[in-house]
Design a protein around this ligand. Structure first.
Ligand SMILES: Cc1ncc(C[n+]2csc(CCOP(=O)(O)OP(=O)(O)O)c2C)c(N)n1
Ligand SMILES: [Mg+2]
Length: 685
């Protein structure tokens, strides 16, 4: 067989595996894999520096399938390249990532070929995709990470990090706002290690893009500052290869390749129609398609002789050689730059450097206190100095979020200054969160920040960080009504409840400066979970820890902060954040009136719910039914801790525009109200 014939055989194998899997599953997306098989073949077998035997090799090129519905492209190519499986502890399992059996069981329970690419589930997936736009936006984070890693770790003669990032996207991704945010920033940052390939097929679910998407996409990307290329035929391997060559020699800006393609390529009745997008072709059409490919019409899940060998000779050999050379280089690097090599190894395992928590501040008791955001700013500046690969920034609210890293040498990440640790996301909260995920996928410890109210703008990516089991950090200040006069547009109400509802996400709302420190201590040690830190704008009293329990209780999610002498309370006050000191005030009043109360500081439901039943019962004894929850947020969900007979002092409406003190009065966040509720519960009103 000629090289061309072999390539065609491999491409048609990707196509027919995809077609058969969708047909067998009776659901899925055949048309896009049929169209993009030549692109994926060229990219993987001829270009990508990826070692199937070591899919977590740090200097591998990254491939993101942003149009995640075309997942069969990825499952086919991971299978045909014999990419190996790795577990969450980065151990190689000695088995393939995706077997032919997985593909036969596409979209079935436990199959390693699920409906969409899932990072935590299948080795070789660089990012979970499927919510359109997320993949391309995350790829910008991957590209920033490469630039940063290269700037910090490369030395003359040691290009330890020189990988590139490729993302494929469709019309859907490019209609999504998050892709525009990310594309704008990518060009601003001159990310010439980043290539997006746009599957320009003029088809989405409802039909032709004439229905809703008629802008000049290439012109838009040129305006952003991308290098825009066009390949007019998605079956032309040479031109695809040439465009990818141009990308690799283009300096100073990212590359956008418009690839004109035909969805459902080869299907006599469905090509170029929306019918090829998201449903099986049907048995009859499958036979016609196979006929048009010159494929045995009755064969199913066929990988003919020579196909595995083609991939082994292409990406297999090239990837292994690249990995081998790099490993050799890294050994020499370890001799010449031992400390840097240790850092890289620690980072890759998501370990922390020794001394990561030295100099963390301890805040003295102070009734006037410190704002959560100010305490956070101090901690961030310590952590960023202790952990070289800890970095992040805000969506243009750094001065308000107090997230600026101000120590000498922290630097600002820009095209000309790629080792800066302050990232400037601009007013692009959604892209910020995807980029933080991209940095986390690259093993950096990254944070993004904005006002808590605007967490809504980042939520899809926060959800994905939890789904991917990434230790992304989201810092949200102005946690409740603390920015009073800004009014209800800026006052979060339902946000805590909605973030607490995301599985696997740790949401923390610390009560004072020392709880902020402990919250960070907890978060930084997470390896496979994202965290949201919800911080006050206004000063909160720093509790006297000689009088009340130690802030280390944060690590258990909730703890008894103040108790009645003898520890047998009649009423339990549960609060988070700014309402904890209010609860403490009420508690003192109750004690003075001989009402035995307990205060539970509950910065995190998520962490508390993970504790043993014994511990949870010790904090909230099941027999003690008189309970009051106090939180300047939606009451939604607090019933689980106060029970049917408890009280919840929270928000049932939006806030209002007024000074904080007036708002606290209007909405009933005052110790007297808590005291009155306690007495009522105990029948002593
Ligand atoms: C955020 C988001 N909205 C909607 C969907 C549902 N959806 C999946 S694919 C698709 C159409 C995508 O069109 P395009 O990207 O052009 O893909 P093609 O059919 O060309 O492969 C839609 C609306 C989604 N996955 N994500
Ligand atoms: Mg399309």
């Amino acid at each position: 067989m000629t090289e061309m014939e072999t390539a065609q055989l491999s491409i048609n194998t990707i196509r027919t595996l995809s077609i058969d899997a969708v047909q067998e599953a009776k659901s899925g997306h055949p048309g896009t894999p049929m169209a993009l098989a030549p692109l994926v073949y060229t990219l993987w077998n001829r270009v990508l520096n990826f070692d199937p035997a070591d899919p977590i090799w740090p200097n591998r090129d990254r491939f993101v399938l942003s149009n995640g519905h075309a997942s069969m492209l990825l499952w086919s190519v991971l299978h045909l390249t014999r990419t190996q499986a790795v577990n969450a502890e980065y151990e190689k399992l000695g088995q393939p990532s995706v077997t032919l059996e997985d593909i036969r069981r596409f979209r079935q329970i436990d199959s390693k070929a699920p409906g969409h690419p899932e990072y935590h589930w299948v080795s070789g997936v660089e990012s979970t995709t499927g919510p359109l736009g997320q993949g391309v936006a995350t790829s910008v984070g991957l590209a920033i990470a490469q630039k940063w890693l290269a700037a910090r770790y490369n030395r003359p003669g040691f290009d330890i990090f020189d990988y590139r990032v490729y993302a494929i996207c469709g019309d859907g991704c490019l209609m999504e706002g998050v892709a525009s945010e990310a594309a704008s920033l990518a060009a601003h940052l001159g990310l010439d290690n980043l290539c997006w390939i746009y599957d320009n097929n003029h088809i989405t679910i409802e039909g032709n893009t004439q229905l809703a998407f008629t802008e000049d996409v290439p012109a838009r990307f040129m305006a952003y500052g991308w290098n825009v290329l066009r390949v007019g035929d998605a079956n032309d391997l040479d031109r695809i290869g040439h465009a990818l060559d141009v990308f690799r020699t283009t300096k100073g800006r990212p590359t956008f390749i418009v690839l004109d393609s035909h969805i459902g390529y080869g299907s006599p009745n469905k090509q170029d129609t929306a019918a090829a997008h998201g449903e099986p072709l049907g048995e009859d059409e499958v036979r016609l398609v196979k006929q048009s490919y010159g494929w045995p019409v009755d064969a199913k899940f066929l990988a003919p002789d020579g196909v595995y060998e083609d991939f082994a000779a292409g990406i297999g050999a090239r990837g292994m050689e690249a990995q081998r050379k790099w490993t050799e280089l890294f050994v020499a690097y370890g001799v010449k730059h031992p400390e840097l090599a240790v850092e890289i190894k620690q980072m890759q395992r998501r370990d922390l450097p020794s001394g990561w928590d030295r100099n963390l501040p301890v805040f003295p008791a102070d009734p006037k206190g410190v704002a959560g955001r100010d305490a956070s700013g101090k901690v961030l500046n310590v952590l960023a100095q202790n952990i070289p690969w800890f970095l992040g920034g805000s969506a243009d609210l750094g001065p308000s979020n107090k997230t600026l890293l101000t120590y000498p040498g922290a630097g600002h990440f820009q095209a000309a200054n790629p080792d800066g640790k302050n990232l400037h996301f601009g007013i692009r909260e959604h892209a910020m969160a995807t980029i933080v995920n991209g940095l986390s996928l690259s093993k950096l410890r990254a944070f993004g920040a904005t006002f808590f109210i605007f967490s809504d703008y980042a939520r899809p990516a926060i959800r994905l960080s939890a789904l991917m089991e990434l230790p992304s950090i989201f810092i949200f200040t102005h946690d409740a009504m603390g920015d009073g006069e800004d009014g209800p547009t800026h006052q979060p109400v339902e946000h805590l409840a909605s973030l607490r509802a995301i599985p696997g996400l740790v949401t923390l709302r610390p009560a004072d400066a020392n709880e902020v420190v402990e919250a960070y201590r907890f978060i930084i040690q997470l390896r496979h979970k994202p965290a949201v830190l919800v911080l006050s704008r206004q000063p909160l009293p720093t509790l006297d820890r000689t009088r009340y329990a130690c802030a280390a209780g944060v690590a258990r999610g909730a703890y008894v902060l103040a108790d009645t002498p003898g520890g047998d309370p009649e009423v339990i006050l549960i609060a988070s954040g700014s309402e904890v000191s209010l609860a403490v005030n009420a508690h003192e009043t109750l004690l003075a009136e001989r009402i035995r109360s307990r205060v539970v500081s509950m910065p995190s439901w998520d962490i508390f719910d993970d504790q043993s039943q014994d511990y949870r019962d010790s904090v909230l004894p099941p027999t003690k039914k008189a309970r009051i929850a106090i939180e300047q947020a939606s009451t939604f969900g607090w019933e689980r801790y106060v029970g049917a007979s408890g009280r919840i002092i929270g928000m049932k409406t939006f806030g209002a525009s007024a000074p904080l003190k007036e708002l606290q009065r209007k909405f009933g966040f005052a110790p007297e109200r808590v005291v009155a509720a306690a007495k009522e519960l105990l029948g002593r009103a």
